[in-house]
Design a protein around this ligand. Structure first.
Ligand code: TYD
Length: 142
């Protein structure tokens, strides 16, 4: 089964009143993992492609808390899908073992990333051909 089936947009609880909005994201409630790490990306522009990797272990939620960007997700078996991230109360869920490219950043883009694991460069696959080989071998074992 394609890993892309698990990729989906999530809508988070949003509390709005006269003072503005507050969005809640709780681990194991609003997203399917406990949050071990957060990082955010800003100062990228429409010429930049970030990401360009897959993770052997980590699951992510990406939320454009300001501005917008796009994320292209590939399963390494010929399927790909593009999502627009442009609302601060929605995020995309990315399971492990999908390839992701983030691009088309607006000047005001702040892309918040929630991760299920601490940072470990060893679990990143940064070469697309190696990723394709890895998912194909994994598929044969499963
Ligand atoms: P990189 O993985 O290239 O960012 P992107 O999410 O756009 O693909 O990370 C940029 C640099 O930051 C790289 O030197 C690794 C480092 N980094 C950490 O030290 N910890 C982290 O949690 C992350 C995401 C990156």
């Amino acid at each position: 089964m394609s890993k892309l089936k698990a990729v989906r947009m999530l809508e988070f609880p949003q509390k709005g009143d006269a003072r503005g909005y507050l969005v809640i994201v709780e681990g194991m409630k609003d997203i399917p993992f406990e949050i071990k790490r957060i990082f955010y990306i800003y100062g990228s522009d429409s010429t930049v492609i970030r990401g360009q990797h897959a993770n052997k272990k980590t699951e992510f939620i990406l939320i454009n808390v300001s501005g917008q960007s796009k994320v292209k997700v590939k399963d390494g078996r010929g399927k790909e899908v593009v999502f627009l991230l442009d609302r601060p109360h929605t995020g995309i869920y990315l399971p492990k073992l999908v390839w992701k490219d983030m691009y088309d950043f607006s000047a005001d883009s702040i892309l918040l990333c929630l991760a299920s694991e601490h940072y470990d460069p060893e679990e990143y696959i940064r070469d697309y051909d190696i990723f394709v080989e890895y998912v194909s071998e994994k598929g044969e074992r499963e």
